[in-house]
Design a protein around this ligand. Structure first.
Ligand code: SF4
Length: 293
């Protein structure tokens, strides 16, 4: 799942000649997040109206060459350890305190768990991290939750757990109607997403990522936010563990032009309601309309 809205605006998700591995300054992670794109074909099983993957142009390539991907990852991680990565022009203005590796994230131009060899590539990334003596570096899986019930994905999640990784599961709605409108999920019912998040969060603590936006000038209704908080409470009451709720909004140009960011105060208000109604920790990540300037 391409939850790239979390990272600062105006950064290309490319790094030199790399095809699969990129590095971005992440405001969420307060450091450099090394991203892995397992979906260069730009195919996703969602069609979120805020997605910033440009699907109006064909992909430059479609296949994942795993040895090339792992080579790119080793190079980026090594350069970060040595410090040479931060001398790239794009990171020149990054404050010293943020010149640190924050995580390796499976994100990209589609749903990472849809990659047929997700389990195998995750195992290879975990092993590489150990070999480079970066055992403490977190691996984050950004997912729309659709495929978390697949046995092979569950095996991958076991590997993620053993490597100290985290699931960051997307939940952008409280009702089926709003979910259909924002995520355009192409047949995956909202109930299935909720069940998948619940089952995954019974086995380990998860982070919930929730993007709220304005569509044709209107943000989500109070009723939608109420329903969203009820869904969070249902997960917890069902035995799920939610480590953190990340409330954020649009940070870069989305697929649908009538989608715009919420104001900072609107994001604050949603996070405050999450804290009040659920008792969960909630963090805010504000938007940007820089693309509209
Ligand atoms: S899950 Fe949504 S935001 Fe992520 S890549 Fe798919 S369409 Fe884009």
């Amino acid at each position: 799942m391409a939850d790239k809205g979390l990272s600062v605006s105006r950064h290309p998700r490319t790094l030199g000649e790399n095809r699969y591995v990129y590095a971005v300054l992440s405001r969420r992670a307060k450091g450099i997040s090394v991203g892995i794109n397992l979906n260069p074909d730009k195919i996703c099983n969602f069609d979120c109206i805020y997605c910033q993957v440009d699907r109006t142009t064909p992909p430059e390539f479609q296949d994942v060459d795993e040895s090339e991907l792992l080579g790119e990852l080793e190079s980026v991680l090594t350069r970060a350890k040595e410090g040479s990565l931060y001398r790239e022009p794009r990171f020149a203005a990054v404050p010293e305190a943020l010149r640190r590796l924050s995580d390796i994230s499976f994100a990209g131009d589609g749903e990472p768990t849809s990659y047929p060899r997700f389990r195998e590539i995750l195992a290879s990334v975990a092993a590489l991290k150990q070999r480079l003596e970066l055992g403490g570096l977190k691996i984050a899986l950004l997912t729309n939750g659709t495929l978390l019930d697949r046995p092979a994905v569950q095996e991958a999640l076991d590997i993620l757990d053993r490597s100290g990784g985290e699931i960051w599961a997307k939940l952008d709605a409280g009702t089926e109607e709003y979910y259909e409108k924002v995520c355009v999920p192409g047949g995956t019912r909202f109930a299935k997403i909720l069940t998948n998040i619940l089952e995954a969060s019974r086995l380990r603590s998860v982070v919930i990522q929730s993007l709220f936006l304005a569509y044709e000038g209107a943000g989500p209704s109070a009723e939608e936010i109420d329903a969203y908080c009820r869904r969070l409470n249902e997960i917890v009451q069902g035995g799920g563990r939610i480590k953190l709720v990340q409330v954020y909004t649009v940070a870069r140009r989305p697929a649908v032009s009538s989608v715009t960011p919420l104001s900072n105060s609107q994001v604050d208000a949603i996070a405050a309601e999450v804290r009040r109604a659920t008792g969960l920790s909630a963090e805010c990540y504000y938007g940007s309309s820089a693309w509209q300037e």
